[in-house]
Every structure is written in structure tokens, then in C-alpha cells.
Ligand binder design. Sequence first.
Ligand SMILES: NC(=O)c1ccc[n+]([C@@H]2O[C@H](COP(=O)([O-])OP(=O)(O)OC[C@H]3O[C@@H](n4cnc5c(N)ncnc54)[C@H](OP(=O)(O)O)[C@@H]3O)[C@@H](O)[C@H]2O)c1
Length: 289
Amino acid sequence: MKINGKTKVCAIIGYPVDHSLSPVMHNAAFKDLGLNIVYVAFPVKTDMLKDAILGAKSFGLLGLNVTMPHKHSVIQYLDETESTTKSMGAVNTILNERGKLFGYNTDGKGAMIALQENHVDPEKKKMLLLGAGGAAKAIAFQAVQEKTELVILNRTQEKAKQLAKLLNKTFGTKVKGRSLLAEDLKEELETTDILVNATSVGMSPDVNASPVPAELIHSDLCVMDIVYNPLETKLLEDAKTAGATIVSGLEMLLYQGAVAFEIWTNCPAPVDVMKKAALSKLAEQGVRP
Ligand SMILES: NC(=O)c1ccc[n+]([C@@H]2O[C@H](COP(=O)([O-])OP(=O)(O)OC[C@H]3O[C@@H](n4cnc5c(N)ncnc54)[C@H](OP(=O)(O)O)[C@@H]3O)[C@@H](O)[C@H]2O)c1
């Protein structure tokens, strides 16, 4: 593409951001569709967040992705935030529309689309969500809006209970929060359709770890692991061996990016192009399929 006076800019802000896959994914997509937009990464430390957002506004940036540690604190600097995103308290995508900044969270939608693209419809299915951190919260908020029956298990049980309470208060649901101990896991898994690992267990370099003992995984399950380094985690390997359907974390990453792309451009995202770009960047970082 030729950068000229009309080139628009999107960016990711966070700290650190140098390993982010978003720049390669989005630049490949803009190029594929012939859009005059570039995507860059800005490392922004906590004490510079307000200035960065004011800067994005004054430079007329088209859109931003927001990553750790700013997903929560950025909300106070936005003009408007989707109401459920506000209740969740985490923004990962910002649209600058005529000088006003609108906040969204595409992580949960990305996870649900990843399931649907693998022919798994989460509606009225029982989902067992492992983890109660930032990513788990985004998935939980989207899952209940898609009428999924949700149970949350977390190492720190109190956090699972707090998240369940927030969901039940926001949506009038009956989500349960329990511990990640083997007996709770075993009992819940027997009646589960979709198992989602949203803990960091199994992430490189701890690649031989899994949050679920292999013998508890049954062939009727769909298992999604949102960890994408390695691309096939120990949990996914065990699920494959058990004959379960598997969905990798790369798919969630891809579709959260695709939803953000569509918010900024109003164009359907070229997901195959974005996936190829993400895989080649991961290969550069030593992560292979
Ligand atoms: N595919 C994607 O698009 C995508 C998007 C976002 C994040 N991710 C990945 O998702 C993972 C979680 O990210 P996050 O932002 O949610 O992190 P986070 O907010 O720090 O939450 C971490 C979660 O993992 C749990 N955990 C950590 N170590 C554990 C252990 N040894 N045993 C059991 N549970 C453990 C924590 O439990 P406690 O509450 O007990 O500490 C917490 O529930 C990371 O690997 C991240 O790379 C993927």
C-alpha cells in the first residue's frame, strides 16, 4: 500500500505490545481489501494512558485495540462504552467516530464465533468455563447473552463465585461458581457439552500442564483452549485423543480481531488472510502448528 495524506491509522496500546499478533493480522487484512489504513503498536505505560487516549483523539486515529494493563482503566477516558461491556469493566476495542471514542469488547464474541465456526452452537448448551480472570470474564458475559448454561470453576474459588454473582445480577441468570478441584471438575464435566480453558495453565513454557486430568475428558465434549502458545496445548492433545471436538485459542484471537476489524471498517474481515498472517508471525516466534 502507498501511505499518503489520506492514510488512516489503527493501533494497539498496552505494555508490553511487541509480541502482539494484531499488527500483522490487521495490516494483512487492510492490504487484502485495498483499504488505506495502517495498524501499528504503541507501548503505553500506565501513567501515560490518559495522554495516549487524548493523543489518539487529537491525531484522529480510526481505532484502537487495548491490551493489558489498560483494558479496565481505559473506560474512564472514553465518550461511550457498550452497556454490557461497561458492566464487565473491560474494553479491548475502541472506535473513533467523528472525534468521539466508543468502547467495545470483542474477546467474548471472538470465542463464541470460534465455536460456531467449528459447528458448535453454544445456545442452550452447558459450558464449563475454567478461569475467572480477564479473558474468562469476557467469555462468560458473551456466553450468557447467547443463552449458554454456564458454570465457572477457578483455582481461587471466591473469584469464580464473584464472577457468577456479577453475571446473575446483570443478566438474571443462575450461573454457578465453584473450585477447580478434581471433585468439582469431575462432577460438572459429566454433564458438560463445551469445556473452555480460560486459565493460563498449559501456556509456554509450561507446555506439559493441563487444567483437566485426561481421563475426565469424554468424546461428546467440545474443548476450546484459549491459550494459543502452543497452538495445540496438552489439554487439546488429550481432548483429541479422547475423540472430542477441539478448538484452538488462535481461533478466538482471530475472530476477536475480525469483529474489531468490522467495527472499524464496516467491511467483512478476510479471516483466512488474517489467519495466515497470524500463523506466519507465530512461526517467526517459534510457535508451530
Ligand atoms: N486466544 C485469545 O484470544 C486470548 C485472549 C486473552 C487471553 N488469552 C490467554 O488466556 C489466558 C488467561 O488470560 P487472562 O488475561 O484472563 O489472565 P488473568 O486475568 O491473569 O487470569 C488468569 C487465570 O488463570 C488462572 N490460573 C493461573 N495460573 C493457574 C494455575 N497454576 N492453576 C489454575 N489456575 C491458574 C487464574 O486463577 P486465579 O484466579 O486462581 O489466580 C485466573 O483464573 C492467558 O494464557 C492468555 O494468553 C487468550
